[in-house]
Design a binder for this molecule. Structure first.
Ligand code: C2E
Ligand code: MG
Ligand code: MG
Ligand code: MG
Length: 284
């Protein structure tokens, strides 16, 4: 009897998996079409100097609103594109759009772009990125690539080589979601990074949880010693910002300073901050 029930459960379970796979395949097709139709967009969120709120750069974040599905989170469609093997196509489109937008920003502002873990295993990544930058005309010195600890550790040798190539070309590397991934501090020593982004999980608890405060303090001390720049992610309140400032964290990102907005709204944001917009001759 229990056997029969067991079998029944397996049947139910596998039909759920089948349904799930069918949904993923439908979503994959919809996403592929959206990329072709140029319907996947990129938004920008300011990364600011905490002391005075001045923008230092922007992180590009993928945005896709489907006419039937509505808003689909990049936390859903980026991993899907990775699994189904077209993250390079998606990422190329996004980087091109982001780099084109960055041409209009003041020259001292950087563009930060998320690299997926699959891209960190693909030797074609560096030449692809450099050729996009060349075509668009964005200086590699203005680009930062955000990678996660887990992505670095998954295929450490290949990742190491790609990171070195990118840095040799003048691109900076920042370690995203720091503190949440699977890494050992010892292994991190083998890689060269320029920046560390403290995950929102610690930042959002800084005012209520002493442990989070201590962890953030330790990360900042470590980064100071290693000459790494530090950004705190997901700052939503003045209290969080002032605590981070007191701990010596120089840069921050979060809804307190600005939500991700499209390219046009990003220019309006820069104007509000009295920053000169560069007018690009698009035909030139
Ligand atoms: P991430 O790179 O860690 O990006 C930060 C996420 O935190 C973004 O979510 C951003 O909108 C959100 N965020 C920023 N400030 C706040 C805040 O104050 N409060 C809260 N609650 N959230 C805040 P988003 O845009 O949904 O992106 C999710 C993740 O998807 C990103 O995490 C990144 O891993 C991935 N992603 C987004 N765009 C791209 C892309 O173009 N390429 C790749 N490979 N991954 C991307
Ligand atoms: Mg990021
Ligand atoms: Mg992050
Ligand atoms: Mg994240």
């Amino acid at each position: 009897r229990s056997k029969r029930r067991g079998r029944g459960q397996i049947t139910v379970y596998s039909s759920e998996i089948a349904l799930e796979m069918k949904r993923a395949t439908q979503l994959e097709q919809t996403l592929r079409n959206a990329i072709i139709a140029d319907a996947v967009d990129v938004h920008f969120q300011p990364i600011v100097r905490i002391s005075d709120g001045a923008p230092a750069g922007f992180e590009a974040l993928a945005r896709w609103i489907d006419k039937d599905l509505g808003f689909v989170s990049p936390a859903v469609f980026v991993p899907l594109a990775e699994e189904r093997g077209f993250i390079d196509t998606l990422s190329e489109t996004l980087l091109r759009k982001a780099a084109e937008a960055a041409l209009s920003w003041p020259r001292d502002l950087f563009l930060s772009f998320n690299l997926s873990s699959a891209q960190l295993m693909d030797p074609g990544t560096t030449p692809n990125i450099l050729s996009i930058l060349r075509r668009v005309g964005l200086d590699p010195n203005r680009l930062e690539l955000e990678i996660t600890e887990t992505a670095v550790m998954t295929n450490a040798d290949t990742a190491h080589r790609i990171i070195e190539d990118l840095r040799a070309a003048g691109i900076r590397i920042s370690l995203d979601d720091f503190g949440t991934g699977q890494s050992s501090l010892g292994r991190l020593r083998d890689f060269t990074f320029d920046k560390v982004k403290i995950d929102r999980a610690f930042v959002s608890r800084i005012s209520t949880d002493r442990a989070s405060e201590h962890i953030i303090r330790a990360i900042i001390t470590m980064c100071d010693g290693l000459d790494l720049s530090v950004v705190a992610e997901g700052i939503e309140t003045d209290v969080e910002a002032s605590m981070l400032k007191a701990l010596g964290c120089r840069y921050g990102q979060g809804y307190l300073f600005g939500k991700p907005v499209d390219a046009a709204a990003t220019l309006a944001y820069l104007e509000r901050h009295n920053m000169e917009i560069r007018h690009i001759d698009r035909l030139g």
